[in-house]
Design a protein around this ligand. Structure first.
Ligand SMILES: [Ca+2]
Ligand SMILES: [Ca+2]
Length: 164
């Protein structure tokens, strides 16, 4: 989500924030209203605006919400601009593919060991690789030694499983 705007004000600087409908907001036809504030997530832009001028901010939202908006809180201001919002496909979860090459095979053994032994190093080595790929038994616990036996079973399956 990107906002691009020109803002003028007198006195204290207004606070500008990205807004989006929370995942619980299920109405795709109607945006949440101020009375539905509990369903609106608000992220003030950073760094905060201190001077009048033209600004552009981008933030990545954790999911694709039905509605996005901007709110400006302050006194004696004028603002004009645009909001761009694009939904990108998320990474596909493929349990057992610990090096994110699209295959589940012996090349995943060493990354799986790293995932268990040094999770932050695994994340740094395979950025963007879904952590769920290491949750072989689907119990939402990861990294977990409970996934070792399911991983061995996965690798010994014939024919080898393929990614969805
Ligand atoms: Ca792999
Ligand atoms: Ca698990």
């Amino acid at each position: 989500m990107t906002i691009d705007f020109d803002i003028r004000f007198h006195g204290p600087a207004p606070v500008v924030a990205f807004n989006y409908a929370a995942p619980e907001w299920g109405d795709e036809l109607n945006p949440p209203l101020p009375s539905d504030d509990a369903f609106v997530v608000r992220i003030p832009v950073e760094p905060a605006i201190l001077l009048p001028g033209t600004y552009a901010f981008t933030t990545r939202l954790p999911f694709c919400p039905w509605w996005v908006s901007v709110d400006v809180q302050g006194l004696n201001f004028a603002v004009q601009g645009t909001i761009d919002h694009v939904c990108l496909p998320g990474p596909t979860i493929c349990r057992g593919d610990l090096n994110c090459d699209g295959l589940i095979d012996f090349a995943d053994i060493s990354p799986f060991v790293r995932f268990l032994a040094n999770y932050s190093q695994w994340q740094a080595t395979y950025p963007g690789c879904p952590v769920e790929n290491g949750d072989i038994n689907c119990d939402e616990a990861y990294p977990s030694f409970g996934d070792i036996n399911p991983f061995v079973l996965l690798l010994s399956t014939q024919p080898p499983p393929s990614c969805p």
